[in-house]
Ligand binder design. Sequence first.
Ligand SMILES: C[S@@+](CC[C@H](N)C(=O)[O-])C[C@H]1O[C@@H](n2cnc3c(N)ncnc32)[C@H](O)[C@@H]1O
Length: 256
Amino acid sequence: MKKVLLIGIGAGHPDHLTIQAVKALNTVDVFFFLDKGEVKSDLANFRKSICERFIEGRTYRFVEAASPVRDAKAADYAAGVRAWHDDKATIVGRMIAEELADGQVGAFLVWGDPSLYDSTIRVIEDVLRSGRVAFAYEVIPGITSVQALAAQHKIALNTIGGPIQITTGRRIKDGFPEGADTAVVMLDDGSGLQAIGGDDLEIHWGAYLGTSDEILIAGKLSDQAEEIARVREQARARKGWIMDTYVLKRVQKSER
Ligand SMILES: C[S@@+](CC[C@H](N)C(=O)[O-])C[C@H]1O[C@@H](n2cnc3c(N)ncnc32)[C@H](O)[C@@H]1O
């Protein structure tokens, strides 16, 4: 039987890898990469450097394929994402069928943790359902960018006994989530942060968390929103890409 490991590698610092992840890396024969083009080559290089750093006395190889691109203009966002996952499943199925021998271990190195805004588990399930190739798979957890952000700002995410909502830049435009004290926002192209207002919110923002380019800004949203937008745009222009995450919390009336 072929085996496939989905290994969470953390959000950008090589020390984010767990001991479980390092042990798993040392069983892998073939690493599969979906190449997202030059802009993301820093991330691809990071994945390869992790193999060099943590794998000892073992030969392994890389198999790369061009990642399909999501149709950002699709009228129905969810349908656009599903079509994108279908395209990925076709490529991933082919890679596992053609490049992994029976009895070998293959792996996908997943940014952060596979459970959070990542399609790898869904795609692997789609491949299995298609019946195109048989394999067993396991998930090894990683440090998410949300954990990295909270640690760097030295904050607990929840208020005492309070709920948290993890959401996207697209959704936060509809307003702060009903019933939550804390919102964690990911996948924001900058427009979500621009849209949200209110002087009862405090923000903890972080970009390139865990890397040598890490930037952290915190304070009242109304005081910091412009500065974050400025710093964000400057950093994105300099590096060609940006990944940022932020926590919004309601400030208690007595603290305002
Ligand atoms: C496709 S999601 C992947 C999330 C990942 N699975 C995780 O566990 O963090 C990409 C989003 O994660 C966040 N992100 C990932 N790595 C980050 C980092 N090093 N610094 C800041 N945000 C990051 C950003 O919000 C980015 O838009």
